[in-house]
Design a protein around this ligand. Structure first.
Ligand code: AMP
Length: 541
């Protein structure tokens, strides 16, 4: 029997219409370095309409991809609304990527137009020569346009483009709610980054989860500080959840260091925030020296890598409650979030709060042991976490990767246990990429670059704990016989091949890199050697 319900598609257009009208007086606040500028959602809706008209005039049709290369700011929000709600596909590009990766992603994504903040235009300019499909570059804010000399793309100023365009746009509901609305790339352990295309439906349903009281509990009274970059998993879906709930948004733009963040918090008084542990670790160190007024914040959601209890307790000394959550680019990202059950207090509550959290209702999960069998959810047995659900990716953009899927389940690469009441604890990750300051560093990319040096016989790179960045790379190198290459020279060699922030500080020269039975570098052994102090490690400043 068919239901009698209407089949209205779930769409970004619905969220934009609703958020910019019903919640037209909510606002987006953007930090300028000296103060805050703000606009109401009604204004943002009008500007998004103008942007959509301007993009149409530039030839954006159907599911054309529109890239953004921007910080968290009002104009980026306008793109978040306009692009999917006009039927095109939003593609936020990671500002922190090394040029080759950036070029790969923008090319693979097929971006036709790129919106870019003037402050990061030089970074984009470096790769435009490799992106012949980019027809238009739209520059937001002051910029040195001379860096674009020689580019074949037409260059526009963001405000000029919006000028004179109509304030309303007939937002487009997709024929099929499973059509792509936006995409983000994830960095793989090996090979090229992989594209995840989010659908109108997945974003809509995920937004509902974010708003739920056992999600981020986001509502119209909230002011949400968006520290997580808008190029990382669609800023955890927060901008769309804000349109759905009417929560205001507080954007730090490029001012992500502790002092301006504290200024922004005192000025804009956010109630809720989300970000990776490293940002909060830095803020905590600053607050411990310079107490500031954090009292507006009722909750901070921390995820992206494991949130240590010491960080939660530290922030709570300043009156900021922390909620731990787990997710991935492939999971939109909200997979689990840690709120202790009602009535549980004190030390008992910590048992729940330090876990990666309770699985969301729409996220089905199972743990798979090394032999491929499903292990019990008894809180003890450990296996690789596999998930499926309406906002979990079922494939990658133009990239079959059957090894990432198991009979319809996404293999997360994360290893841990689940209690019978659905709390997930991650004990390890099967991936070997290094997470530094919330961003991945590919150990394989570093190894490949190192092994291109004529004096290097073998090189392995693993992540080791670092107080400031969470993790940093340790390079373990076997010199070719008869050569005397040192750490300084190798780092200089890498410096022209990888992004500056990926360069290892820690170096160890060894006779042999430990190997597994099938001849792969055995990184677990290297990590253990490092932890045991068994490696002779030189640390460069
Ligand atoms: P990304 O796709 O860059 O967001 O990275 C996703 C990965 O980050 C996951 O597969 C985990 O390995 C890791 N991760 C995310 N959240 C957590 C968390 N709360 N604890 C531990 N690892 C996490």
């Amino acid at each position: 029997m068919r239901s009698t319900m209407q089949e209205t598609p779930l769409s970004i257009a619905t969220l934009v219409r609703y958020g910019t009208s019903v919640h037209g007086s909510s606002e987006v606040v953007t930090w300028t370095g000296e103060g805050a500028r703000s606009a109401t959602y009604a204004e943002v809706g009008r500007r998004a309409a103008r942007l959509a008209h301007a993009l149409r005039a530039l030839g954006v049709r159907g599911d054309d991809r529109v890239g953004t290369f921007m910080w968290n700011n009002q104009e980026h929000l306008e793109a978040y609304l306009a692009v999917p709600a006009m039927g095109a596909v939003l593609h936020p590009l990671n500002i922190r990527l090394f040029p080759d990766q950036l070029a790969f992603i923008a090319d693979h994504g097929g971006d036709k137009v790129v919106l870019v903040d003037g402050s990061v235009l030089p970074l984009l300019a470096k790769v435009l020569g490799q992106l012949p499909q980019v027809q238009h570059v739209v520059v937001n804010g002051p910029a040195d346009l001379s860096v674009l000399e020689g580019t074949s793309a037409t260059v526009h100023a963001y405000e000029d483009l919006l000028d004179g365009q109509p304030d309303e746009f007939d937002w487009v509901d997709p024929d099929d709610e499973t059509d792509a609305a936006a995409m983000c790339y994830t960095s793989g352990t090996t090979g090229n980054p992989k594209g995840v295309a989010y659908s109108h439906r997945s974003i809509y349903l995920h937004s509902m989860q974010v708003c739920m009281s056992d999600g981020f509990a986001m509502g119209q009274r909230d002011r949400v500080l968006l520290i997580v970059p808008m190029f990382h998993v669609l800023a955890w879906g927060t901008p769309y959840a804000a349109m759905m709930s009417g929560a205001s948004l507080v954007m730090p733009d490029r001012f992500l260091t502790p002092e301006p963040l504290a200024d922004l918090i005192e000025t804009a008084k956010p109630t809720l925030a989300g970000g990776v542990p490293t940002v909060w670790t830095a803020l905590l160190a600053y607050l411990d020296q310079t107490p500031r007024d954090m009292s507006s914040l009722r909750d901070v959601v921390v995820g992206g890598s494991a949130c240590p209890r010491s960080l939660m307790e530290g922030l709570e000394r300043h009156g900021v409650h922390v909620t731990h959550a787990w997710g991935m680019t492939e999971t939109s990202p909200l997979g689990s979030i840690s709120r202790e059950p009602g009535g549980v207090e004190g030390e008992d509550a910590w048992r729940y709060r330090i876990t990666q959290g309770r699985l969301a209702a729409s996220v089905q999960a199972r743990l798979v042991g090394p032999d491929g069998s499903v292990v019990p959810r008894d809180g003890t047995a450990v296996g690789e976490l596999e998930v499926r659900g309406p906002w979990i990716t079922g494939s990658y953009v133009r990239d079959d990767d059957p090894a990432k899927f198991d009979d319809g389940w996404l293999r997360t690469g994360d290893v841990g246990s689940i209690t019978p009441d659905g709390f997930l604890t991650l004990t390890d990750r099967s991936k070997d990429v290094i997470k530094s300051g919330g961003e991945w560093i590919s150990s394989v990319a570093l190894e490949n670059a190192l092994m291109a040096h004529p004096a290097v016989a073998e090189a392995s790179v693993v992540g080791v704990p670092d107080e400031k960045w969470g993790e940093r790379p340790l390079a373990t190198v076997v010199r070719r016989e008869g050569t005397e290459v040192g750490a300084d020279e190798l780092r200089a060699f890498l410096a022209v091949r990888v992004a500056q922030w990926q360069l290892p500080e820690r170096w160890s020269f060894v006779d042999e890199v430990p190997k597994t039975s099938v001849g792969k570098f055995d990184k677990k052994v290297i990590r253990r050697q490092y932890a045991d102090g068994a490696l002779d490690v030189q640390t460069l400043p």
